[in-house]
Ligand binder design. Structure first.
Ligand SMILES: [Zn+2]
Ligand SMILES: [Zn+2]
Length: 667
């Protein structure tokens, strides 16, 4: 083969190209008008300007793919940083990774950015996008990088970290929290990206970055700056606080508009806002961040959630247990939590010479209940269940309403079974979990099977048996699922069940995990049929995850308009005038006899105002009564939709309401 020809594979097909051909040229040759904005070359994400070598495997990366979106968003973060340094030359650069739906960039600036600042930054960004500056990659030595970035102390610090951060993370992988350092220096070599003027080729700006990037700033179809916030450098309170600017970027204006519409909808549904408006719960600062209290109305919803869960668990053969909130340190030494999980725990208190910890998990206590006496194979599986309250130290930056709290109650179950029972138990568990979630009104599920990670404990044969059993359960369930290869915890593979809510957001809810670690650490056993002592398998299972979190998710799913069975007030009686109060009180009494939560609005407000109040409180049924209704022994329904149904005999009204509550339907 002549030396100036390269044999490459393009999207699975062999091609011959000239030496010096870039990934972008090769893709354009194959497909005039290609929509690729980057390429995967031998599995690595590369710029379109990347020069190919003989034998390369090249795949196009389009802007709408998850890699493409990350590249778009991260490239927009560069434009943001360039605009900020143009307008605020004293601003020093932190990091700027892509995140879900957007990106951020951190800056060290003397003063926080104002909303006006954001406007002018965004304007400057639009100019840079219009200019069509070219993103251009250049490999530099440590020494060169230090010289070029001498005025950027945070970048200098990152150069010093090269190789020690996030090197295993795929380029362009969405950074969670403060994991963005890998965007800058995660690779084997240091690279700087220059922004070059479209006409003169002059350098307009540069950043330490591993890339890849869009070919030019003009390839950014739609973006918007969203908000600012404070963020500690590298996520540690010991470091300086930087100013973070968040933005979003999309492959089209339409996609961006759709996202902004969804955000607006999500804001209306924000459970923290609804929790206050509907008087459900609050977070008194006197108690502390992430520690909610439930008000009577929220208490009713919560009790309805729990009661139904209890009833279903009872029917499914679970036994109910109760355990304390604090424990001596020995328990968490045995379980290993103090070794692996101490950062997530509240600090201990010293009592009578012992250290007591608030518990972050219930598992070890359930194991002690199992171990409290000898167990025979005949009584397995043992299914223990508890609404167990745990305390976890979440950083104040991540605490978020009920969905990420510091104290919460898990609907926690631990199942002890023989190896033979594992497969059947997991299958029926998954069925149970999904069936119960459906009853709470969730309809769309996806599962994820996380398998053995590189670092693990236990025998490979055990892992394989457990993974096969989890996979069997998933296949039998008919749920759509993906396999997250190597994503399991080091002690166990697991299934996570994700749900989609009413506006299409995905929430991770239930977890089923097969544990190889804890039964051995505690040395628990059962006597097998042949008289030998065997170690049981242990399955961790949380269905809601935490009741508080589930409560928050359901509140947002229903936008506070709970189905009748969960609504704190199911019926409000609204008299047309004072003369009809007494009549409605008798209707209310009859409804209460059927267990319905009903109030009669006897305030001085006019009828229209009472209707508006009930609507704001999202009460499922308003029962109106005037002279005609009283004369006919009837009521008039007004539903949340505004629809009205007049002259319904009281008996029929009661039947309609109790029927809807019993069947747990939404109205
Ligand atoms: Zn970059
Ligand atoms: Zn557990």
């Amino acid at each position: 083969m002549p030396a100036d020809k390269l044999h490459i594979t393009l999207a699975g097909r062999e091609h011959v190209v000239e030496e010096g051909t870039t990934a972008g040229q090769a893709l354009a040759d194959r497909d005039a008008g290609t929509t690729a904005i980057a390429a995967r070359v031998n599995g690595e994400l590369r710029d379109l300007a990347w020069r190919l070598a003989d034998g390369d495997q090249v795949e196009p990366v389009t802007i709408g793919s998850s890699d493409g979106l990350n590249i778009l968003r991260h490239s927009t973060a560069h434009v943001l940083a360039q605009a900020v340094q143009d307008l605020f030359p004293q601003a020093r650069l932190g990091i700027g990774p892509p995140i879900e739906n957007g990106f951020y960039y951190d800056f060290d600036v003397p003063e926080a950015f104002t909303p006006e600042d954001l406007k002018s930054i965004e304007q400057k960004m639009r100019q840079i996008v219009k200019d069509g500056q070219r993103f251009s990659r250049r490999v530099v030595t440590d020494h060169e990088a230090r010289a070029e970035l001498a005025s950027e102390p945070y970048k200098l610090e990152l150069i010093g970290l090269k190789g020690s951060v996030g090197a295993a993370e795929a380029p362009g992988e969405v950074g969670h929290g403060d994991a963005g350092e890998s965007v800058e220096v995660g690779g084997a070599e240091l690279t700087i990206y220059d922004n070059l003027d479209a006409k003169t080729g002059e350098e307009r700006w540069k950043d330490l970055c591993r890339g890849p990037h869009l070919p030019t700033t003009r390839n950014i179809p739609a973006f918007k700056l969203m908000r600012t916030g404070g963020a500690y450098w590298r996520g540690s309170e010991k470091n300086p606080q930087l100013q973070r600017i968040y933005g979003t970027a999309w492959p089209s204006r339409d996609a961006q508009d759709e996202y902004l519409r969804l955000l607006e909808e999500a804001e209306k549904r924000d459970h923290r806002k609804l929790g206050a408006e509907l008087d459900l719960f609050s977070f008194p600062p006197e108690i502390g961040s992430g520690l909610p209290v439930f008000h009577p109305k929220g208490g009713i919803v919560r009790k309805a959630l729990e009661d139904y869960s209890r009833q279903r668990h009872e029917q499914a053969g679970y036994e109910f247990v109760y355990t304390p909130h604090i424990t001596k340190s020995e328990l968490f030494e045995t379980s290993g939590h103090l070794q692996w999980y101490a950062d997530g725990m509240y600090p201990p208190m010293e009592l009578e010479g012992a250290k007591y910890y608030p518990k972050p998990m219930n598992c070890p206590m359930h194991i002690l209940i199992y171990a409290s006496r000898g167990r025979s194979y005949r009584e397995l599986p043992v299914r223990l269940f508890e609404f167990g309250t745990v305390y976890r130290f979440e950083k104040s930056g991540v605490v978020h309403g009920l969905t990420r709290a510091r104290g919460f109650t898990q609907d926690d179950s631990h199942i002890f079974c023989t190896p033979d029972q594992l497969q059947g138990e997991l299958a029926s568990l998954l069925d149970f979990v999904v069936g119960l979630l459906r009853d709470y009104g969730l309809t769309e599920f996806e599962a994820e099977l996380s398998t053995r990670p590189e670092k693990f404990v236990g025998e490979i044969a055990e892992w394989e048996a457990a993974e096969a059993a989890l996979k069997y359960a998933l296949d039998k369930s008919g749920l759509p699922y993906v396999i997250a290869e190597g994503e399991g915890a080091f002690y166990a593979p697991k299934i996570d069940v994700h749900v989609k809510d009413a506006i299409g957001r995905r929430w991770q809810l239930s977890t089923l995990q097969v544990d190889f670690q804890e039964p051995g650490r505690f040395g628990i056993e059962y006597q097998a049929a042949d008289g030998t002592r065997q170690r049981p398998y242990m399955i961790h299972r949380a269905l809601f995850g935490s009741i508080e979190r589930f409560f928050g998710i359901l509140t947002e799913h229903y936008a506070g308009a709970f189905p009748p069975w969960l609504a704190p007030v199911q019926v409000v009686g609204i008299p047309i005038s004072d003369a009809h109060v007494e009549y409605l009180q008798t209707v209310a009494t009859r409804l209460r006899e059927h267990g319905i939560r009903v109030e009669v609005d006897t305030s001085d407000d006019r009828m229209q105002k009472k209707i508006r109040t009930a609507q704001r409180q999202k009460v499922p049924y308003m029962l109106l009564a005037g002279d005609d209704d009283v004369a006919a022994g009837a009521v008039s329904f007004r539903y949340r939709s505004g629809e009205q149904k007049n002259g319904v005999p009281v008996v029929d009204a009661i039947a309609e309401i109790t029927g809807a509550v019993a069947s747990r339907i939404q109205v």
